[in-house]
Design a protein around this ligand. Structure first.
Ligand code: ZN
Ligand code: FE
Length: 240
């Protein structure tokens, strides 16, 4: 049975994600803020046993200390970030496979936004948690890595199955849509997605998760043909 996904808005534009199994055990991906997560756990009577961290930025870890967890929860993050994350119980690198809530999870290094940023792929449930690497209609700003690093990180994610749900860390889709419309050829897929983004946001709905198929068809950063074009596009977005 696939895991249930609950998307929880936090802070001004962050998302945290809860995964829930049939036994009522939950795993959290990123911890921007404790209160909204604790509220869902309490309302649903869930036990938080596992926390997965995509990267070290404060808006993905700030809520950790206040979370209502089971005793001795698993705290999972990147080996490369272990020195700048709270003490991890499991420090992981690309290619490792772990089990979370009874389901296998593959670890990908998706450096670029930060170096040491990881993504968590749950093949059986068809979910990938990309943090601030691949984002809906866009990608994260390059704070630590090079354009080439991010380009290769996005290529790895693009190779996952098309129907995979992309669970990314921020509601930036409307601003990404304006950029896509400004810089990309006016394809029907891109204009349809921009219109759908506006519709969802004016209805107060989330645009996250998206599907990988949609990202491959419309995300300017996945459509960049090579690392050089990607670098130009990312620089343009920084000034947009
Ligand atoms: Zn970040
Ligand atoms: Fe962030």
């Amino acid at each position: 049975m696939p895991l249930e996904l609950i998307t929880i808005p936090c802070l001004s534009d962050n998302y945290a994600f809860l995964l829930v199994n049939a036994a009522g055990e939950a795993a959290l991906v990123d911890a921007p803020e404790a209160a909204p997560v604790n509220a869902v756990l309490a309302a649903r009577g869930l036990t938080l046993t596992t926390i997965l961290l995509t990267h070290h930025h404060w808006d993905h870890v700030e809520g950790l200390a206040g979370l209502t967890t089971a005793p001795s929860p698993r705290l999972i993050g990147a080996q490369a970030d272990a020195h700048r994350l709270p003490p991890l119980t499991e420090a992981l690198s690309e290619g490792e496979r772990i089990t979370v809530l009874g389901e296998e999870v593959d670890i990908y290094d998706v450096s670029g936004h930060t170096v040491g940023h990881i993504a968590f792929h749950f093949p059986a449930s068809g979910l990938v948690f990309t943090g601030d690497s691949l984002m809906a209609f866009g990608c994260g700003r390059l704070f630590e890595g090079t354009p080439a690093q991010m380009y290769h990180s996005l290529a790895k994610l693009a190779a996952l199955p098309d129907e995979t749900l992309v669970c990314s860390g921020h509601e930036y889709t409307a601003s990404n849509a304006r950029f896509a419309s400004a810089v990309m050829p006016d394809t029907s897929a891109i204009s349809a997605r921009s219109a759908e983004t506006d519709r969802l946001r004016s209805a107060g709905q989330f645009t996250i998760p998206s599907t990988l198929a949609l990202e491959k068809a419309t995300n300017p950063f996945l459509l960049a043909p090579d690392a050089g074009s990607f670098a130009k596009l990312r620089a343009q977005k920084d000034d947009f």
